[in-house]
Design a protein around this ligand. Sequence first.
Ligand code: BES
Ligand code: MN
Ligand code: MN
Length: 455
Amino acid sequence: MGWTEYLDTHQARFVEELCDFIRIPSVSAKPENAGDVRVAGQWVVDRLTAAGIENAAMFDTAGHPVVCADWLHAGPDKPTILIYGHFDVQPAEPFDLWKTPPFDPTIRDGRVYGRGATDDKGAMLIPILAAEALLADTGRLPVNVRFFFEGQEEIGSPDLPPFIEANLDRLQADMIFSADGGQWDPETPQLILALKGVTSLEITVTGPHSDLHSGMHGGGVANPAQGLAHLLASMKAPDGRITIAGFYDDVVELSDEDRAAIAQVPWDEAAYLAQTGAPVTHGEPGYTTRENLWARPTFEINGLTSGWQGEGTKTVLPSVASAKVTCRLVADQSPERIFDLIAAHVAAHCPPGVTAEVKRNPGRADPFLVPAGHNATAIAGQVLEEVYGKAPYKTRVGGSIPVMSTLLDELGLHAVIFAFGHEDENQHAPNEFFRLPTFRLGQTAYVRLMQRLGE
Ligand code: BES
Ligand code: MN
Ligand code: MN
């Protein structure tokens, strides 16, 4: 049976298997799900083995495990590729916004709904199925293939750098392809040429040693919530420009060519406003919204906590106020340097009467900018053009994949995103889904990629 026929004949089983995979609640952020992340890792080991991939094994790290496997019999004259993906998922809360339960996948309108369906379980299963089809068809793969899947991407891969350093022999390759990422839309491919980095932190402002009566003490002592509001307002101007000293110093400015390339990708302002529900677009002055989304750094408050959060009034002067913040970074910003600049800013601008402390939260990633002319990008683009019948858009994204820069540092290789989710599939949100036609198309694309690389 040829590989196309094999994929078609077995598609129903593959969808069942994807549903089994989604049923495992491998939420890396929640300690109570650590066992489930391991179960998902073992599921991946078993699935790789069933596909005919060799040496599939789970490896421990200081945190969640990783899975490695390989098939290395294509011969020394053929390239070795490393395929990356992650089997952990984001928390599914708030549960009540899901039409069907997040870990009880259901199929509606040719889509499978469930947490992790697109990010990244459906997408990371694709290359395994492509390899299975080729092995079933020809008994071999056209290139040497290594698989590298992790269980901690969604918390920033904190324990991967030491694992990678200690296991370079298992990861040695000529090219890296990421099965995490995505395509433009079901009809249009894309080549993602940049991912943002991230630094994650929490600012805590403290004042009195306990909450106080706001009438008896207001005007007598400083209010930490007011202090925090002042600090946050001092870091970003109302026009969208970040006002932390040195914040933009290391940013690689967009060249005229970069701006022209970005402008070639269609932008629909009305559709964006409809998608987000925001009244107008808003970002750093001097850049288009697309440029801000793709190529400029951000400072975003992700959570704010202080005082009475219930209904109505409680006349309290809170003793503590805190904010969770993440900054998305672009080349050549460093997450560590940006954290230091924020800490220095907070120290310099803390208003009188309160104290402010800044601490890093787990989750960091270096920005990732693929150099022009990277050879694997060209081949990936050709395969996408063949499979979709359309040239890929050249895009960037605001998301991050922390391990990409570790792989670059340790293996000297830029990953090429070769992945088949779409932006509208509710990643990290309620009602996440994956389109089954894309699931199938991605399998063909991975087969063709391996075949092209083996020619
Ligand atoms: N798959 C995403 C990143 C992504 C999104 C790549 C869209 C390409 C297109 C990934 O799983 C993710 O969500 N990463 C986190 C990393 C963070 C926890 C450090 C992110 O970007 O928030
Ligand atoms: Mn992902
Ligand atoms: Mn994600």
